[in-house]
Design a protein around this ligand. Structure first.
Ligand code: GAP
Length: 454
């Protein structure tokens, strides 16, 4: 819910920019959309990919103690029976008898001790009843109870059920983790706040297995690591909030959970959960499948079920947080003294969809265009660049500001030596946030950019 008018307007501007510039569109838009589903356009896809790549780099590639996996979305129904999802992955749902709207009971405002309908304000609501959030489907040609399964509501369970295989092939010793990025589906009662609560979304999850005595310490360790991650993608700590879930509100198997929350324009809301889930999941699967999921500790010669600490983040929510944190409007005055509003997405260069705009000063000058094209070819194998020769240079800069492109290279007459030898072989490098321009040598462009985007 928007807190005030300016927060509401800010969110509206972000949603409209996302559509206008091709970050995010409504799914199936030409048919009226599908509630809770979204499509990422060219810029959004790059942004999302950069986020997932950096998560993978930080959580898997830069570590000795984490390996990756990529599980199927459809799994044997028994996975969801054993994990408890089939019986208890529910939200309380109520209907408004007056206007027939349907809500999650825990999200309704109360007045004089009674919950009210969000649409018409009536307090004539049905009693809450449990609604299972998993999407049901059938595997194969027969549609009956024996072929039922679900689209996975989280990626984590694939990690638990493959624990033994991965332990064997990776030959890791505790503590070690298995990471996965992938789609998850929840039939949310009220998808809302743009992509924040969707029915189809992606998760980035790590299950970090350990000895029972290491769990609490590792919970603190992963909380710190995850906060460092957000800072490294440009989300300032001022915009984050750590919520320690009181023990009585934690899941019965959890010995501690933190929510990492972000100050969205519509309120402070969860981005990621970091939970110490004890040995619950592996024990459930061992009991239900009858297959041993124990670990043998060679030092102590003991067999036991590992405990697990789980940092579980939402890709789409983090993309939305990146957009909200980056969005800015400022008043700038041009050379002619005209003031205008500059819309700029101040993405960290690491996640920015396009890293560098490349502009020949004039499009009808072959030498300028040729040199700019050479720079495009030089940079393309290393990063996403955008070539633009149309319109005044100021307008081209503005278009890239709005896309969040951190750098712009302009090839001008100095570059090609038409103003004498002093600046020949140099270009202007413009930095998005300060709008400052400096001349740098053609030979230095690649290293200048690589240093700043990695
Ligand atoms: N394996 C643990 C787990 O799934 P969760 O708190 O239910 O925990 C983890 O989900 C993260 O997944 C959330 O913090 C959020 O970022 C993302 N997420 C969950 N439901 C979502 C939804 N309906 N739309 C978008 N992201 C969602």
């Amino acid at each position: 819910m928007a807190h005030d008018k300016s927060a509401f307007e800010r969110m509206e501007k972000i949603v409209s920019l996302c559509k206008r510039r091709g970050f995010i569109f409504q799914s199936s838009e030409i048919y009226g959309g599908l509630n809770g589903c979204w499509d990422y356009g060219p810029l959004g896809t790059e942004l999302k990919r950069n986020l997932k790549d950096f998560w993978w780099r930080r959580m898997v590639r830069e570590r000795d103690d984490v390996v990756g996996m990529d599980g199927s979305i459809l799994m044997n129904r028994q996975v969801w029976v054993a994990s408890g999802h089939e019986a208890t992955f529910t939200d309380p749902m109520v209907d408004c008898r007056n206007c027939r709207s349907r809500f999650r009971a825990d999200q309704l405002p109360e007045k004089n001790g009674r919950k009210r309908c969000l649409v018409c304000g009536s307090d004539d609501l049905t009693e809450p009843r449990a609604f299972n959030l998993m999407f049901k489907t059938y595997v194969g040609a027969t549609e009956d109870e024996s072929t039922v399964t679900y689209l996975r509501p989280e990626t984590a369970q694939a990690i638990f059920v493959q624990f033994k295989n991965i332990l064997e092939v990776s030959r890791k010793k505790l503590p070690f983790g298995i990471a996965q990025v992938g789609k998850a589906f929840r039939n949310e009662i009220n998808p809302r706040n743009f992509t924040f609560r969707s029915r189809e979304f992606e998760q980035m999850e790590l299950e970090y297995f350990c000895r029972p005595d290491q769990g609490l310490e590792l919970l603190e360790y992963w909380l710190k690591e995850r906060l460092r991650f957000y800072s490294d993608i440009g989300i300032s700590s001022d915009l984050l909030h750590v919520h320690k879930i009181p023990p009585e509100e934690c899941a019965h198997y959890s010995k501690g959970t933190y929510d990492i929350e972000f100050h969205f324009p519509f309120g402070v809301q969860e981005l990621e959960g970091v939970a110490y889930r004890t040995d619950y999941d592996l024990t459930q699967h061992q009991n239900a499948s009858g297959k041993p999921l124990e670990y043998f500790d060679e030092e102590t010669k003991q067999h036991f079920i590992p405990h697990v600490v789980e940092p579980s983040a939402g890709v789409d929510r983090t993309v939305l947080a990146l957009l909200c944190a980056a969005f800015d409007e400022e008043h700038v005055t041009d050379e002619k003294g005209k003031t205008e509003t500059r819309t700029v997405l101040r993405f960290h260069p690491r996640v920015a969809p396009i890293k560098c705009g490349i502009f020949p000063l004039l499009k009808n000058n072959e030498r300028l265009v040729g040199k700019a094209r050479e720079i495009v070819d030089l940079l393309r194998p290393h990063m996403m660049v955008f070539y633009d020769e149309s319109g005044a240079i100021g307008r081209r800069y503005r278009r890239q500001d709005e896309a969040g492109t951190p750098f712009g290279v302009t090839v001008d007459f100095d570059t090609i030596g038409e103003n004498g030898p002093v600046n020949e072989g140099t270009v202007t490098m413009r930095e998005r946030d300060s709008m400052k321009q400096e001349r740098i040598a053609l030979a230095d462009i690649k290293s200048f950019l690589l240093e700043r985007i990695s």
